[in-house]
Design a protein around this ligand. Structure first.
Ligand code: 9Z3
Length: 315
């Protein structure tokens, strides 16, 4: 697979070697402290249409699922590798991703005329829940249990996922993969990509894209065969969702698919395994009081992970 990535994709922009070393050290240190480690992938991917890229194919994913999930995994005691798309939502700060910071900050005059710089103060009414969020953020920073790794392109993502799998493989069943990123299914191989900007004067655009190799297959079979692996399935048609989730489990033989529908992805998901389906949802009242579906997803999955480890240990 590493060779196929080298042949078909432009070289990654990310420093994959440095990230691989950081992930290995992080995994080793937390696992020797007896902690479980989860790799979360988060955000969409950008697929270039030209080598000197002006245009690219993107998708809707904001990274909110991954960023919120990271917080709940940290709360549950996990160490988290957060493999996310550059500028997609980030744990804790995600809550303020839609605010205009300049409205939330106030300039205060220097304490005495002519002395020092004016000071800046935050207005809490623009930052709901900020005290709790800051406390959680700083306690997470001190614990050293979050390792953020960024990707930009599809090629970055694929190389970094391989590196992450190698870093987590030695942890066996105590490693979890939580693959929430919305990864493109299609790409143009480096050898077939035009170098320069596609000219509109040439008329309507027709492009043929290849299928992105399914990383789930080598991940489960070869790279981290003892790990607890969760993939996500997104559909727009509820009629086919559960059947597609079972098909993914049959094909890749991993442990769980979290199935969601685009229109309801913040309020309902189905946790699908080869022998059960559990519906998780947020009531209107829970929604009003700020309960998030990710809290329920992580509560469910951490319990399943615990059972998975116990079963693996007894075999
Ligand atoms: C998901 O289904 C995630 O839940 C979302 C989260 C991307 C919908 P946001 O980032 O959205 O919070 O805005 N992720 C996986 C989607 C996906 O592309 N799955 C593929 C498929 O369904 C490959 S397993 O075929």
């Amino acid at each position: 697979m590493a060779e196929k990535l080298r042949e078909d994709f432009a070289p990654p922009q990310a420093d994959v070697e440095a990230a691989a070393l950081a992930m290995e050290a992080f995994a080793r240190s937390h696992s020797s402290d007896g902690r479980r480690v989860v790799l979360i992938t988060s955000g969409g991917t950008k697929v270039p249409l030209e080598s000197r890229t002006v245009r690219f194919l993107d998708n809707f994913s904001s990274g909110r699922r991954g960023a919120a999930s990271a917080e709940y995994f940290l709360r549950a005691g996990y160490a988290v590798i957060f493999l996310h798309r550059h500028r997609s939502m980030y744990p804790y700060s995600r809550r303020y991703s839609a605010i205009n910071w300049l409205d939330a900050l106030r300039l205060l005059p220097a304490t005495a005329p002519g002395q020092g710089e004016p000071r800046v103060e935050a207005e809490q009414r623009h930052l709901p829940g900020i005290v709790q969020v800051l406390q959680d953020y700083h306690s997470m920073r001190e614990s050293g249990r979050l390792l953020p790794i960024e990707f930009n392109t599809l090629s970055d993502y694929l190389h970094l996922l391989l590196a992450a799998a190698r870093a987590l493989n030695p942890l066996g069943s105590s490693a979890m993969f939580y693959l929430a990123a919305a990864v493109s299914d299609f790409y143009i191989p480096a050898s077939e990509m035009p170098e320069h900007k596609i000219q509109s004067s040439s008329g309507p655009l027709q492009i043929t894209m290849k299928m992105v190799p399914k990383m789930l297959s080598p991940l489960v079979k070869d790279w981290a065969p003892k790990a607890f692996v969760i993939s996500f399935k997104l559909e727009t048609n509820p009629q086919i969702l559960i059947e597609r989730a079972h098909k993914a489990l049959d094909t890749y033989r991993h442990q769980v698919v979290v199935a969601n529908i685009l229109d309801t992805l913040r309020t309902c998901v189905v946790i699908v395994t080869s022998n059960d389906e559990a519906n998780l949802s947020i009531t209107n009242e829970e929604d009003r009081s700020g309960v998030e579906i990710e809290e329920k997803i992580i509560e469910d999955l951490t319990l399943r992970h615990k059972h998975f480890i116990e079963q693996s240990d007894s075999n």
